[in-house]
Design a protein around this ligand. Sequence first.
Ligand SMILES: NC(=O)c1ccc[n+]([C@@H]2O[C@H](COP(=O)([O-])OP(=O)(O)OC[C@H]3O[C@@H](n4cnc5c(N)ncnc54)[C@H](O)[C@@H]3O)[C@@H](O)[C@H]2O)c1
Length: 428
Amino acid sequence: MSPLNPILDNIPTTPGKFKPEKSPLHFLHHRLRLHTTLPKLTLVFLAFIFLFFFLSPPSPTAPRRTLRSTSWENHVKSSAKPRSRAAPIVLVTGAAGFVGSHAAVALKRRGNGVVGLDNFNPYYDVSLKKARKLQLLDRAGVFIVEGDINDAVLLRKLFGLVKFSHVLHLAAQAGVRYAMVNPNSYVESNVDGFVNLLEVAKSVNPQPVIVWASSSSVYGLNSKVPFSEKDRTDQPASLYAATKKAGEEIAHSYNHIYGLSITGLRFFTVYGPWGRPDMAYFFFTRDILKRRPISIYEGAGHVTVARDFTYIDDVVKGCLAAIDTAKKSTGSGGKKKGEAQFRIINLGNTSPVSVNKLVSILEKLLKVKAKKKVVLMPRNGDVPFTHANVTLARKELGYRPTTDLETGLGKFVKWYLEFYDGKKKSSW
Ligand SMILES: NC(=O)c1ccc[n+]([C@@H]2O[C@H](COP(=O)([O-])OP(=O)(O)OC[C@H]3O[C@@H](n4cnc5c(N)ncnc54)[C@H](O)[C@@H]3O)[C@@H](O)[C@H]2O)c1
């Protein structure tokens, strides 16, 4: 019989109602027994609390500000440990995203300390973000905190736990067309969230270096090609582009006032395995396989639409090189101590490919003929042409993209078929 049972026997069935016919001696006896068993009970209770809060598996993502929090804090600290003392310790925002997950894994693999942050928002299939977490980040040993860059308390907490030397800021509301559906999401993440992050970064000590993703979309209606960092960027064609351009100006002001070292990277149409389902190469693949018609945009006057498609591994190399070549921030405790580095650099492939060519490569790889519908490009934020000049990237970062579209799409299609076939078979 369990030692708890005698006590339970003596507890009245209706709590608080003792039966009056019991003798005073009985009560003395009862109290003595309670005195000896209470400490045991307390111990059992405390052991239970300990087991529940500390030994149960941590929430994979969400930091909870409860007793359990020490568990996620330990995960953050251990994920942030670099292999050598001199290696960067990087907070990667948007780490469950396409570029973020690849970049976080690459940083971890080369021995950096890495912590991810992402709000897992439902702009596109959240299960894809979760799969990146499970299959890429978890396997590489990158811990990701589920949280928002607008949460200043959380950001301060993270900087309190870890002395991040760098922030690779990739969290953003991406995609140009969705701005017509949910414009505020662009302001919240790309403007408010960025300011919030910079506010925290400028006030911590030491100040981290910031490397962040701007976009080729800032070139907007610029028609001078290839796009150079010196070209005008004051004619955005979408709210997305406008918020990225605002980010560049905001970054400049934080660099100027507080001495934060900031590098903005203008990515050009990044594609590859684990990509974004809202991008043409991704949904063309899905629709071609499902024998659905695909719309191919054409500019006014039958102008061919083309993009400077850049393979994910090339972009990740550019991000890592930006981290490695960045100079330190100069401020401390919110005060500038000297001029700090400010850079804006294109990361493209330098060889634009027409959408027709993209589709014909996909047809070959998928062995399915696409049902093409040529339509006039709607005025929804897309631009007809992008082409990067990467001279500055070569000089500053030693950047040399090496993957052509045919090779990169081959890798994407291989991943796509395995991933969605696997998904059909399993039920994760
Ligand atoms: N992929 C491209 O072709 C491309 C081109 C130009 C610029 N960019 C920029 O590169 C960065 C990464 O893009 P991506 O393609 O990986 O996009 P993505 O949408 O896959 O990744 C962004 C991630 O940020 C997270 N996020 C968004 N708002 C957040 C917030 N407020 N707090 C925390 N997390 C938040 C999202 O959940 C998502 O996982 C973005 O800044 C994007 O604007 C991408």
